[in-house]
Design a protein around this ligand. Structure first.
Ligand code: ADP
Ligand code: MG
Length: 709
């Protein structure tokens, strides 16, 4: 191309410099570059006069050109570069709020510029802010294809990466790099849309789509060329999941018979198993759903290979007791069990529950968290290492260096999406054995549609508790404008007179933890002064663990009537007598957060309510969210709305396994391709096992470590 885009620096980077940069970004080879497909496209194939461009103001990016007739740096209201280009007597203003001296120089009076951007009505009339600029003559030819825009990192310009990609596509190795791996007979069974292109043609097309290409389909990634790429990527992912599954099946689970020194004297004279004694001591019966998932888990724990199971169940569905049964089973086999939760409050609740359940059965339950005194921590670590501690409950502290289990048989990870893949790998490295792998049970209240779970996580079995324990009160959710705050607070008195308790949740202020704390302190003061005959508690993330524990204990015992809190109570807290929850500035919370929060109420016998206090004006999205939350109580439905809104990445926790593996597939948009890829994977494995490695090498490469999670 004869056009020379303005680069941010007047110095073009040397070859070595750019190559090293690209390599750092994982783009050091022609193969990597070829599969670094564009993020989006810009249409520079069309050129409008300034008059025509102005007529398209506010309708998206346009390309136009003209001669610079004014170029000046203004200092008010802030430093900025203002350039006017003129063509046929029509003028267009261009504005930069950040610019380099080199840019200023190239846009000097009299220069001819071709610019591209969206025209909007600005302070000084119609203008383009931060347009793309090329200093080219008026008759410079237009590109024949759409211009690809790549994702880049600091230091790599679009020009640099375009050049590198072009170089790669013309590299002699390309024939081989993009060779067809999937045999045509297998591919034929796939979706037609994905078959119009060979892989090589698809990749070439996507990097340099012709001017008449269907831009929308390209942008939305629904074009047949994209389909071809997506299908192959998904196929590779499905193959890698199958491999991970094979790998897990080839590994040993904790053996049935442990070596003598670890075998512990669980009073074996008892005719009944520990699990049945635990069940017998419960004040409730397991629901059918709990029994079902427990039988699935129980079977896993007896298998010759380690369990990797996700236990899903809505807030309050009773996942904890299922985890406890699994723990009992492993303890009886003389193994240790670790229960890890993402926050101290949640971990502490588990600790208290497990102590209540297990100590009467003669099983030791110990606590390990970051907030402990050094001496206590040391003590805990020693008893973990000696095997004396049978069940260990705690936070991330469980995966710190000093923790070594004597014989860990089962790791339970609650609210697993709050943990990273690496953290889950960590625990399996301190189990005290190199001859077996421990069972893993992950728990989550965030329901994940099955297809998503299937592809999203590395090899994982899923159990679902789809029923709440009997006697749960439906929660009535009300929306209340914050102008009625005083009225609402005064009304709380009736509630307290009935002997009930309440949560008062303060808004999430993402920008500032200090501000967030301040609102909690203010609300606490306000509630305390209006409801002065009642004890009001305040809990937040800045408190020490013991302080939090004391505050929770007071609330649990009923001494404190209202618990004002920041979002620290989001997960797991369990106080049946608290049947009312008020959430301030509910419009600032996401679906999942509110759903989890309000799952704290409706656990006792009293009728329960959740009041979502909001302040106007509400964005459309917030309005829809609040209305949905008022009408819908089913966590599954809410999760699906959430998924539609935010996409799987955020819903499931940032950068989990499958996410890191799929670059061009959007699990929501392309869900229908999953099943196809799944079948193709089966056929390929059966009929052409030798090709699997090549395909995985192309698409998954170094990312397989995630498969172990
Ligand atoms: P989650 O699934 O949200 O972790 P929990 O395990 O904390 O839910 O259970 C919520 C509450 O329900 C706890 O108080 C627990 O003891 C109680 N619970 C669990 N299973 C049953 C059941 N089958 N019948 C009655 N109450 C139950
Ligand atoms: Mg829970």
């Amino acid at each position: 191309m004869s056009t020379k885009p303005l680069s941010k620096s007047s110095k073009t980077p040397t070859r070595i410099g750019s190559h090293a940069l690209l390599a750092k970004f994982g783009l050091g080879t022609p193969a990597a570059l070829a599969l670094h497909l564009p993020m989006r496209y810009e249409d520079e194939t069309q050129l409008w006069t300034i008059a025509e461009a102005l007529a398209q103001s506010g309708e998206g990016a346009v390309q136009t050109q003209g001669v610079v007739t004014r170029s000046q740096v203004l200092y008010r209201p802030r430093r900025q570069l203002l350039v006017t280009i003129t063509d046929n007597g029509d003028e267009l203003n261009l504005r930069w709020l950040h610019f380099y001296p080199s840019q200023q120089k190239q846009m000097a009076l009299g220069a001819h510029l071709r610019v591209r951007g969206e025209i909007r009505d600005g302070y000084l009339g119609a203008e383009m802010v931060h347009p793309t600029v090329r200093a080219v003559p008026a008759n410079a030819p237009l590109p024949k294809s759409l211009t690809p825009v790549y994702s880049v990192t600091a230091g790599i310009s679009q020009a640099m990466i375009r050049k590198a990609v072009l170089g790669a596509l013309n590299h002699p190795s390309m024939q081989m790099v993009l060779a067809e791996i999937i045999p045509p007979v297998i591919l034929e069974t796939a979706e037609k849309a994905a078959m119009q292109f060979s892989l090589r043609d698809a990749v070439m097309y996507l990097h340099q789509p012709p001017a008449d290409a269907n831009t929308n389909a390209l942008m939305e990634r629904t074009h047949p060329a994209w389909r071809r790429v997506q299908l192959e990527e998904l196929l590779a992912q499905q193959l890698s999941l199958k491999q991970a599954h094979e790998l897990r099946k080839s590994r040993a689970s904790p053996p049935k018979i442990v070596s003598n020194e670890l075998a512990r004297a669980i009073p074996s004279s008892e005719a009944k198993s520990l699990t049945s004694r635990l069940c017998a001591a419960l004040s409730f019966e397991l629901t059918t759903a709990q029994q079902r998932v427990w039988s699935q888990i129980g079977k896993d724990l007896q298998a010759s290979y380690p369990m990797n199971r996700l236990l899903q169940g809505d807030v309050g569905s009773g996942k904890t007791i299922v985890a406890a049964l699994a723990a009992a089973h492993m303890v009886e086999r003389s193994y240790q069990v670790a229960i890890m939760a993402p926050t101290e409050i949640l971990a502490e609740q588990h600790y208290l529950k497990f102590k209540e359940w297990f100590e009467p059965l003669g099983v030791s339950v110990i606590w390990l968290a970051g907030g402990m005194k050094a001496k206590e921590k040391k003590q805990a670590q020693v008893s973990i290492q000696s095997g004396q501690a049978q069940i260990v409950v705690g936070t991330h502290a469980l995966i710190q260096d000093a923790v070594h289990f004597a014989a860990l048989g089962l790791a339970v990870i609650d609210e697993q999406h709050r943990f990273g893949v690496r953290q889950r790998l960590e625990i399996s490295q301190r189990i005290g054995s190199v001859t077996y792998y421990c069972h893993q049970l992950m728990m989550s209240a965030t329901p994940i549609p099955r297809t998503l779970a299937m592809t999203y996580y590395a090899d994982l079995d899923v159990s679902v508790i789809d029923e709440l324990p009997p006697g749960r009160q439906p929660i009535t959710t009300k929306l209340v404008k914050d102008s009625r705050r005083q009225e609402l607070i005064a009304g709380l008195e009736h509630w307290l007179q009935k002997g009930l308790q309440a949560y008062w949740v303060c808004p999430l202020i993402e920008e500032s933890e200090v501000l967030q704390l301040q609102t909690a302190v203010d609300s606490h003061a306000e509630l305390s002064s209006v409801l002065r005959h009642y004890q009001i508690g305040l809990i937040h993330g800045r408190l020490k663990a013991e302080e939090k524990a004391a505050i929770m204990a007071d609330f649990k015992s009923g001494k404190t009537k209202i618990l004002v809190s920041t979002t620290v109570i989001e997960v797991g807290v369990d106080v049946p007598n608290a049947a009312l929850m008020v959430i301030e500035h509910a419009e600032r919370f996401g679906y999942a957060q509110i759903h989890q929060l309000r799952g704290r109420v409706g656990r006792g016998s009293a009728e329960s309510s959740c009041i979502l206090m909001y302040s106007e004006p509400l964005s459309l999205a917030a309005k829809e969210r609040l209305q949905t939350l008022r009408e819908v109580s089913d966590g599954f439905v809410i999760a699906e709305r959430d998924l539609a809104l935010r996409g799987p990445g955020e819903l499931l926790g940032a950068k989990q396994s499958g996410d890191a593996m799929l670059r061009f597939v959007d699990l929501q948009r392309d869900a229908w391709l999953i099943q196809i890829a799944h079948c193709l994977a089966d056929r390929l494995l059966k009929q052409h096992p030798a090709l699997v490695k090549a395909l995985l090498g192309r698409w998954i490469g170094a990312r397989t470590e995630f498969l172990k999670a």
